[in-house]
Design a protein around this ligand. Structure first.
Ligand code: 13P
Ligand code: ZN
Length: 272
């Protein structure tokens, strides 16, 4: 059996969460990440029949029966993951149609997965139904996106268009746009259901006055999605109070879409 600390999924998870902390997106215990793993890659590092303990999830997710996830722990600080991965991360297998998680590694101080596990697992199920390659769900609290939800209309089309207009590359990176939920109580199945519903049509979902969710095929792609939207929100906050003299027009956004071979969210740009 190989040392799990040498597994690419482990080193990438540690690098990414550390980087998220260094970007200021994950103060204290803010944020959570889950990464879908193949049984075969887990079995290279762990005896998959050795269950440490069983953790009830409080929801059903039959689509995820038997699936393996590396996930951040509730109350754990991203700042500390690199120093004590076995305490701050856990590797679980969903069982009982998603109602229970079998802990195979980690949460060594008796901890459990993030309080946002419902939003993560329901979002995985939603994204997998759209893209079987989806492996990552990432949540964090980037300051500019969060600030934007206090001063910008929360309509998804308007929010997306504003971000697309802030940096030329935005429409290329997230042509599917950004969906926006109103403020809701976090850590509940209800916000999980609402987030997963929004994840069907976009890989970014803003939680107003709270943060953002991203989903993607790997940690780099998902990090990059959030990074790009956050940069656009930063530009917006720099200019929102100033007279606007120039912008990226819809015709220019169409040029980008054609040149980079992406399909902008239906109905979000004026017809060509
Ligand atoms: P956890 O510590 O339970 O992951 O919660 C952090 C968070 O960001 C809640 O939305
Ligand atoms: Zn949060």
């Amino acid at each position: 059996m190989k040392d799990i600390m040498t597994a690419p999924f482990m080193t990438e998870m540690i690098r990414t969460t550390t980087n998220m902390y260094n970007h200021g997106w994950d103060e204290r215990n803010g944020g959570n990440v889950s990464l879908l793993l193949d049984q075969n890659e887990v079995a290279e590092y762990l005896d998959i029949s050795a269950v440490i303990r069983d953790i009830p999830t409080g929801f059903d997710a039959p689509e995820l029966q038997g699936k393996y996830f590396l996930v951040t722990g509730t109350g754990k600080y991203f700042k500390n993951i690199q120093y004590a991965p076995e305490v701050n991360l856990g590797l679980v297998r969903l069982t009982d149609r998603g109602a229970r998680a079998e802990l195979l590694w980690g949460f060594a101080d008796g901890g459990r997965f993030t309080s946002e596990f419902p939003a993560h697992m329901m979002s995985h199920a939603a994204r997998l139904s759209v893209n079987p390659e989806n492996r990552v769900v990432m949540h964090c609290h980037p300051a500019n996106l969060l600030a934007m939800t206090y001063v910008h209309e929360l309509d998804a089309k308007k929010f997306t268009r504003t971000l697309w207009q802030m940096c030329t590359e935005c429409i290329v990176v997230f042509p599917d746009g950004v969906n926006v939920l109103p403020w809701m109580l976090c850590g509940t199945n209800e916000i999980g259901v609402a987030t997963a519903e929004e994840m069907r049509s976009a890989r970014l979902v803003v939680w107003s006055q709270h943060g953002i969710y991203g989903a993607g095929a790997d940690l780099d792609e998902t990090f990059g999605l959030i990074e790009t939207a956050e940069k656009a929100a930063e530009i917006y906050l720099k200019i929102a109070h100033l007279p606007l003299l120039n912008t990226i027009t819809d015709s220019e956004l169409w040029q980008l879409a054609h040149h980079f071979n992406v399909v902008p969210r239906e109905g979000y740009l004026e017809k060509e």
